[in-house]
Design a protein around this ligand. Structure first.
Ligand SMILES: NC(=O)c1ccc[n+]([C@@H]2O[C@H](COP(=O)([O-])OP(=O)(O)OC[C@H]3O[C@@H](n4cnc5c(N)ncnc54)[C@H](O)[C@@H]3O)[C@@H](O)[C@H]2O)c1
Ligand SMILES: [Zn+2]
Length: 403
């Protein structure tokens, strides 16, 4: 091609433009890296009963032991629903959300490892667990410490000058001394499910202490909300297959079967507890259950469940995260003469958290539909609607997901 002066001019222009373009991209790239953290963050603050306001606060200084996380998503828990409706913990105004996960965008110079000893760097995906008054290593490494007692969690902290205290937000500040896990090898939905799954990993650990739960045990799971459904999933990953699910909602019972329950029993199809117990027995081919998990917050359901269990069987009661009132049982018939071994289960230990990461991989590996537990996703600005949807029990796990 002959290079006329017009041609040269055009070529020079093209080269210059492409250089400028590249510089633009580079500059933008560099800028994204160094200034991708905005000056302010948004939080969904519960300011009154059944009402969140989106509030904007300056992103505070990140201290030497702190981690700033860009929030990707957070599940709505039954506890959030209680706070939203009645504020039983007296926390209003409060930034809720404890089933959250996100990406590290900044960390203090002293932050090197997570609570399990894994390296941490910018870009890693993390979740938080409890905030301890004492040394977190106690629950991570001491197998004898089973219950976390009175520790705090992000998403249930009183508001303070920092405000970025819960996962219903676009940024959260994880402060020095908190527990935090690197879960970069799990996808977003799995990470959102970690907290409720840890509840069931712990409950099954508690159940195992009875010595009654075995591969071929007949197991009843009563209550097929997210907690009961995840209970079925944990049992399946342990190789337990003879599971009967009990609930009053057909859609939930169908999901229980998808999750691996062999049969389901709709308590609304039976008149009275004797008939219902017969129904459960029939579902096991004429046998009562060896073990039962109580996963509803209904005192009547607690009273019922003893009738589903054989002499010498076991029961794990985990349905009452908060006080749901008293339940009546007959100590002679239900417990004493049947020699039932009963364990209670409440939250989890740090070790259960780490076990849960493996459980989630295993559950997906054997084809359990864990992702389908998240039935609804809302952006942060629609959090009031998300909570109302949750209250209507239209789905299973409702999640806030930041786009
Ligand atoms: N132990 C813990 O640490 C812990 C942690 C989280 C939640 N929980 C508790 O677990 C319970 C379940 O949580 P969820 O999120 O799955 O709740 P959920 O309300 O979504 O599910 C409860 C299910 O129980 C069913 N049910 C109600 N009464 C029943 C009865 N008489 N017989 C059979 N089924 C009945 C309902 O139809 C519903 O499907 C809650 O009460 C919560 O407080 C405990
Ligand atoms: Zn929760």
């Amino acid at each position: 091609m002959e290079m006329s002066s017009a041609n040269v001019e055009a070529v020079v222009k093209q080269v210059l433009e492409s250089m400028l373009d590249k510089q633009g991209i580079l500059a933008e790239g560099a800028a994204t890296k160094s200034v991708s953290i905005p000056k302010t963050a948004h939080v969904a603050m519960l300011t009154g009963l059944e009402h969140y306001d989106i509030k904007e606060y300056p992103i505070p200084e990140v201290g030497d032991g702190d981690i700033l996380v860009k929030v990707e998503g957070c599940g709505i828990c039954g506890t959030d629903a209680h706070e939203f409706k009645r504020d039983p913990f007296g926390l209003i105004p409060v930034v809720l959300g404890h089933e959250g996960t996100g990406e590290i965008v900044k960390m203090g110079k002293n932050v090197k490892k997570d609570s399990a000893g894994k390296d941490l760097k910018i870009g890693d995906k993390v979740v938080t667990c409890m905030i301890f008054g004492d040394d977190p290593e106690i629950t991570m490494f001491d197998m004898n410490k089973q219950n976390v007692g009175a520790s705090d969690v992000y998403g249930l902290l009183p508001d303070d000058d920092i405000h970025l205290n819960g996962w219903f937000s676009d940024y959260i500040l994880i402060r020095e001394g908190s527990t935090c896990f690197n879960v970069s090898d799990l996808d977003l939905k799995s990470r959102i499910l970690i907290e409720p799954c840890a509840v069931l990993v712990h409950a099954v650990e508690r159940a195992k202490t009875t010595g009654i739960l075995r591969f071929n045990s007949r197991v009843v799971v009563q209550g097929c909300g997210p907690i009961g459904l995840i209970c079925i999933a944990v049992l399946r990953t342990m190789g337990i297959e003879n599971i009967v699910a009990v609930d009053g909602e057909k859609k939930r019972l169908d999901f229980a079967k998808k999750m691996g329950a062999e049969t389901s029993v709709n308590f609304k199809d039976y008149k009275g507890i004797e008939a219902l117990a017969e129904g459960v027995k029939e579902a096991f081919g004429g046998h009562l259950a060896d073990f039962a998990f109580q996963c509803t917050g209904s005192p009547a359901a607690h009273s019922n469940i003893y009738k589903f269990i054989r002499n010498g069987g076991g029961l794990c009661e985990l349905g009452f995260f908060i006080n749901g009132g008293d339940a009546t049982i007959n100590p002679h018939f239900d417990l004493c003469s049947k020699e039932i071994t009963l364990v209670g289960s409440w939250v989890y230990t740090l070790r259960d958290y780490a076990t849960t990461f493996d459980f989630l991989k295993r559950a997906k590996g054997i084809g359990l539909p864990m992702d389908e537990l998240i039935t609804h996703e809302f952006t942060l600005d629609r959090i009031n609607e998300a909570h109302q949807t949750n209250l209507k029990m239209e789905g299973l796990k409702i999640a806030i997901v930041n786009k």
